[in-house]
Design a protein around this ligand. Structure first.
Ligand SMILES: [Zn+2]
Ligand SMILES: [Zn+2]
Length: 110
């Protein structure tokens, strides 16, 4: 099993290629860009607070899959990223309420 490396941010749809430093993922690989996690969803009305809008978990930077085949069979070309774009299925109001319920609980206790 390898990470899917989803191609876009679920919120703003910006492209997140396998070598992007801006991709953020939760354990289910819900994928957002750093700007959405840190700024766009982080505003007075719509706070995300390190709460994934889909699963309630926290986010970490997505590791970069090397383009170079340093070992046989392991590279972006040999194990290509997903091409299926994923889009957020909740409204900002819903996410704000959801995050408010969860954000004060540390990720390891959710
Ligand atoms: Zn985004
Ligand atoms: Zn998630």
């Amino acid at each position: 099993m390898a990470l899917e490396l989803r191609p876009n941010c679920e919120f703003c749809d910006v492209g997140l290629p396998p070598n992007s430093l801006d991709a953020r993922i939760c354990t289910y690989e819900c994928t957002f860009c750093a700007d959405c996690v840190e700024h766009k969803l982080y505003c007075v009305e719509h706070k995300l607070y390190n709460v994934c809008p889909n699963c309630g978990g926290g986010f970490v930077p997505r590791p970069i899959r090397p383009a170079t085949e340093w070992r046989p069979g392991l590279s972006v070309a040999k194990r290509p990223p997903s091409t299926k774009r994923v889009h957020l299925s909740y409204s900002l109001d819903d996410i704000a309420k959801y995050s408010a319920r969860i954000r004060d609980i540390p990720p390891e206790k959710r």
